[in-house]
Design a protein around this ligand. Sequence first.
Ligand SMILES: Cc1ncc(COP(=O)(O)O)c(C=O)c1O
Length: 430
Amino acid sequence: MLSRKASCDSHGQDSSYFLGWQEYEKNPYDEARNASGIIQMGLAENQLSLDLIESWIERNPEATGLRRGGSFTSAFKQLALFQDYHGLPAFKEALADFMAKIRGNKVKFDPNRIVLTAGATSANEILMFCLTEPGDAFLVPTPYYPGFDRDLKWRTGVEIVPINTSSSNNFRVTASAMEEAFSQAETLNLTVRGILITNPSNPLGTTMARDELDNILQFVLAKNIHLISDEIYSGTVFHSPGFVSISEVARDNGIGLDQVHLVYSLSKDLGLPGFRAGLIYTGNDALISTATKMSSFGLVSSHTQFLLAGMLSDENFTGQYIIENRERLRKRKEEMVMGLREAGIECLPGNSGLFCWVDMRRLLKSRTFEAEMELWRQLIYEVRLNVSPGLACHCSEPGWFRICFANMNVRTLEVAVTRIKAFTVSMHVD
Ligand SMILES: Cc1ncc(COP(=O)(O)O)c(C=O)c1O
């Protein structure tokens, strides 16, 4: 009954990433009502600083009451009527400033080069639509965010060809791995249109080093393809080495943003995935114009833009928020890493993100993805933790898992860690 486009299986719905969520929905942990339920650790949500946002909203009722500060005149009619797909100028200006602030004001952003989208999901799909033909390829370093299979491939017909990385160099992207992926695409008769990186990385929880970004940029220029940098986690960097944006590296190399495009959203840094506020930033005029037209399919509500414009233009608030949010994430990550260490489990050293990339290789019965899936099933059904196996992130080595730590309160985290400790004891891991 459905079209081939809609029913094709490139969505990735069968991946353990989504299956884990389904299992969680059937038996969700609740401290008071279901203490033996499954704890959701497969969701990269940032709940640690929502209180800061809530109290800003309480202090600024005109923002939600659709009133303008000072004179308190109503903005209702203007917001309720037809929305121009260019978005509210005040919101784009505030976003441009916020993005610069997160990058230590080392780079500036022009609000006119922002295309608003309903989250980074929509931004990534629009970029695929605009930059590829069906059947073309994008190279993506592994391990990568499982949602990319859906976002990049499903409706556009794009193929993802992995740039495989290895634990031997902490999953860094090398020139030879990029060449290998490029050749693999050629062998498959696919035209490579670009590379999509995620910096800071989901699932690694690490930032890319400047020389790594330099290499990627040089590769992209040599092959004359596009580079998309999904920087949705740029505000979560809580430890050195600091964050280097591709916008900074391009500028320092004297390269404009014609071939280099940024994706951002407020889903992670502000913890607002429900608000669906994302963007594409590019120096490419044709892309801005086409992507803006395409954004009609997923606009950010004017009401949301108005509220966020008010919040992000409050410089005192954003300055304090960025610092406090990073500190809370740093502390939470440390609690997670220490808890896992006491259970005999180590994490990849990380400095960012809402998750740890956890090395469970020693818990595998064999170094295979079958053994990884067996361990995942034990974790979800026996230990009752929904975590994401590396296989769902297309990791090329079995035994790594992504564990999220910012979508719960600290007591729930302690319960999770206690369960993992009991599990590793039962497995005789010391
Ligand atoms: C790397 C990456 N890109 C995009 C998204 C989607 O974000 P949004 O909620 O803004 O659509 C996520 C969400 O987890 C992500 O991790």
